[in-house]
Unconditional design. Structure first.
Length: 140
């Protein structure tokens, strides 16, 4: 892995994050007591899909850096996330562990899932971590 390849991964990550942030700017916290229109639900669905894309781009960026920086690549997700925390790319390992669970729920489970907790997690904790990663890797 080269620095150029890491930069390419970082650029993909940033572009994906910008798309997610545009969608999130149109959303308010999800309220399960409201009856949402189809258009409103489409925005929440889009935020879930874009969250997944940003998450996957982040993991590719982490793996690219891990291969560049190490003789041996990290052997587990937890080890990879911990390494990214030590280099300052991750602020909170627990949030990244939760992001993996949410990504899997969005991609592999059918409704109903706990929409309120998932979408509000994306609007808050995930967004904070993603923005932190973008800033931390901006000079790659």
């Amino acid at each position: 892995m080269t620095l150029i390849q890491i930069k390419e991964q970082q650029d993909k990550y940033t572009k994906s994050l910008q798309n997610l942030l545009k969608t999130l700017s149109k959303l308010s916290p999800f309220d399960p007591n409201l009856i949402y229109s189809d258009n409103a639900l489409e925005l929440y669905d889009a935020s879930g899909a874009r969250f997944t894309r940003v998450y996957e781009c982040a993991i590719k960026l982490f793996r690219a850096y891990d291969l560049f920086d190490s003789i041996e690549a990290s052997t587990s997700y937890r080890e990879l996330i911990h390494k990214m925390e030590t280099v300052g790319w991750v602020k909170n390992t627990d949030i990244w562990m939760e992001m993996k669970i949410i990504r899997n729920k969005l991609n592999h489970e059918y409704l109903p899932f706990d929409q309120q907790s998932i979408y509000n997690f994306i609007l808050n904790e995930a967004k904070t971590e993603f923005v932190h990663l973008d800033k931390a890797t901006s000079n790659v």
